[in-house]
Design a protein around this ligand. Sequence first.
Ligand SMILES: [Zn+2]
Length: 127
Amino acid sequence: MSPTLTAGQHAWLQAMLKQRQHTLEAQLSSHLHGLSAAERAAEVLAQDGDDAPQRLPERDIAAALTAAEQRELQATGAALQRLTQGAYGLCSDCGTTIPFDRLKVEPSALRCVPCESTHEAARGSRA
Ligand SMILES: [Zn+2]
């Protein structure tokens, strides 16, 4: 079973993922070298929402941000791997083809929209 992406879409998504990977690697290395990221971290934590404490020491914010970037870098790397293995673009939960429109917005998406909603609800995160 292969995803119903055209060769052009496939190539475009691969380029997007590689670019994202480069950006994340650059961001990570700058954070790991101790640049203050408190302002951007506040945004990221606000988006994440879950159980982030109100006030974090700056070092912890940088660490949280770095962890978020590492997660995304990992997801991006996994998506690139799926691309080369031909498993890309299929929902990891139900196996349905993930629409190109969704992949365009989130190239590292693992699940189709319904499964992603279920997954997020199960994790207890609020929108
Ligand atoms: Zn699904």
